[in-house]
Design a protein around this ligand. Sequence first.
Ligand SMILES: Cc1cc2nc3c(=O)[nH]c(=O)nc-3n(C[C@H](O)[C@H](O)[C@H](O)COP(=O)(O)OP(=O)(O)OC[C@H]3O[C@@H](n4cnc5c(N)ncnc54)[C@H](O)[C@@H]3O)c2cc1C
Ligand code: FES
Length: 369
Amino acid sequence: MFSSNIISTFLPPVLVMGGISLVLAIIIIIASKFLAEYGPCKLIINEEKTIEVTGGYSLLSSLISNKIFIPSACGGRGSCGYCKLTVLDGGGPVLPTERPYLTPKEVDENVRLSCQVKVKSDMQVKVPEEYLSIQEFRAAVLYSKDLTYDMKEVRFTLKEPSAIKFKPGQYIQFNIPTKKGETIYRAYSMSSLPSTPNEVELIVRLVPGGIGSTYIHSLKEGDEVNISGPYGEFFLQERSDYDIVCVGGGAGMAPLKAIIYSLFEKGADRKVDLYFGVRSMKDLFYIEEFDQLAKEHSNFHYSYALSDPEETDKWEGETGFIHLVLDKLIKEGEKKEAYLCGPPIMIDAVIKVLNEKGVSQDHIYYDKF
Ligand SMILES: Cc1cc2nc3c(=O)[nH]c(=O)nc-3n(C[C@H](O)[C@H](O)[C@H](O)COP(=O)(O)OP(=O)(O)OC[C@H]3O[C@@H](n4cnc5c(N)ncnc54)[C@H](O)[C@@H]3O)c2cc1C
Ligand code: FES
């Protein structure tokens, strides 16, 4: 009796509320469908090329789907600031998600994060000429080998096109297929040399739960993938005859390996010093390779430092953070050019040490990741 009273009191309002929610949901779905459909839009590139795209997608993905590749190391998540383009017309107001990556000058000059700007109408865009030469490649895994418990060296043969032209230090973007059938993009520095243009070697650290690194670690010999490149402003300055200091940590080895081996392949007679930081012995790799290089070239020296050695490590080399080791070992006031690659916190600390040692800011090049 009591329960049937409750049902008759509460059921009608519940049904009414449910009905209203359903109608509202249908209205929202229909409205968003119409609002999101901007129809075909024209992208006018560098005032000379016009492409037609479907409105409603980001400027970055609209360009990529037309094989115009823009650096986008975070894969369009708005967290790297690499995808800047000048939008001369049709970009709408700057979004709060773009602000942290744009200087006031860039805002004045209509620079935008192309992954955040949606194409909703015709748009005029300036794409730097060097981006227009970035290509997409079909590649097959030549081999994949463990360097440590979480680091792999993976080498690919380029199939179509069959060669990539790049500078030591530059990176490629990897197309990662997701379970939802989408493609996401991740950046990986090339550790191979420009003198083997038909192959690309990567050194990839497995990030627990990471989509891109897990995918690359799962690849087997013969697997085919898509990559694009080359990208990046971090590369060996061939013109300089200053001594070279390379400092890195973790997967930051990849571009440094390419820079160091390229130098010696070209018969470098300048001094090349590598300072490399890892946590403990289990993170060490390429010791034999660098020992061999040091034997062959008296102008090459390298120092590894363990920041957190384990009791069982029995390490007799340097310990501590790599910037402190650098501070201890590097001499002041010499003409040096520095290439740094590793986590942002490490790079910032190393730059400070280099500045204090008299290495000028415009001779310090780095990639933070
Ligand atoms: C220019 C450039 C060059 C790069 N070169 C290399 C390279 O040579 N080798 C290499 O291994 N990587 C390199 N990276 C990093 C690489 O692009 C990916 O960011 C990295 O592999 C993680 O991607 P993911 O998809 O596996 O992880 P995601 O799925 O993106 O992230 C999974 C989770 O891990 C966290 N996470 C992401 N990255 C890290 C990290 N590095 N450490 C700890 N936690 C993290 C995220 O916040 C997230 O919670 C480079 C990045 C840039 C910008
Ligand atoms: S792709 Fe990284 S911020 Fe746009």
